[in-house]
Design a protein around this ligand. Structure first.
Ligand code: 5GP
Length: 173
């Protein structure tokens, strides 16, 4: 049915890894009440699983941005399609991403959030493609590091499709 897709991480592998991240985050944020910020759209399955693996009081909020990667520009505007529904001033932020590729989106979002004076910003991503990085951006928690493949499933799309696959696979055009 999905003959162009090679499975990369199974439902079970993702479940186990997300649990591990949850245990680590629970320990690292013990005694704090972080604002967990999910970057839409791709993050929704990961975010839902991750927050349920964190045994903490927290606020959950979502943001959606459109990032235009023109040329080598790395500090340009990021267009906010949906903003957070709360103030983050003086709060510990955990930004949750589906995948960090060039790092440009995360870099811009980080700058934008920093201007709102949170106490700390850390980043958790399900997938990381460090070989594609165009700008240095701190990523504190990584589910899986992957080579330069185009992946889909578990929230990640190809033209809006495949977000609902329960596993992560490599798409072969
Ligand atoms: P960056 O700004 O780091 O280059 O881009 C991050 C965004 O690009 C991700 O949030 C995601 O929407 C998209 N992206 C990057 N790599 C992939 C990939 O392998 N598969 C999919 N479906 N989206 C990707």
């Amino acid at each position: 049915m999905h003959e162009r897709i090679t499975p990369l991480f199974s439902e079970e592998q993702i479940r186990v890894r997300v649990k591990e991240l949850g245990v680590q985050l629970t320990a690292d944020y013990a005694g704090k009440v972080p604002v967990v910020v999910g970057l839409l759209n791709g993050v929704f399955p990961f975010m839902a699983d991750l927050v349920r693996a964190m045994d903490l009081d927290m606020d959950v909020s979502f943001m959606q941005v459109a990032s235009y990667h023109g040329g080598t520009e790395s500090t340009g505007e990021v267009h906010i399609l949906k903003d957070l529904d709360r103030s983050i001033q003086g709060r510990h932020l955990l930004v949750v991403e589906d995948i960090v590729d060039t790092g440009l989106t995360l870099h811009k979002v980080r700058n934008l959030l920093k201007d709102r004076e949170p106490l700390s910003i850390k980043v958790c991503t399900l997938l990381d493609k460090p070989s594609r990085r165009k700008i240095e951006v701190p990523v504190h928690y990584v589910g899986f590091t992957i080579p330069d493949h185009f992946v889909i499933g578990y929230g990640l799309d190809l033209d809006g499709k495949y977000r609902n696959l329960p596993y992560v696979g490599v798409y072969h055009p």
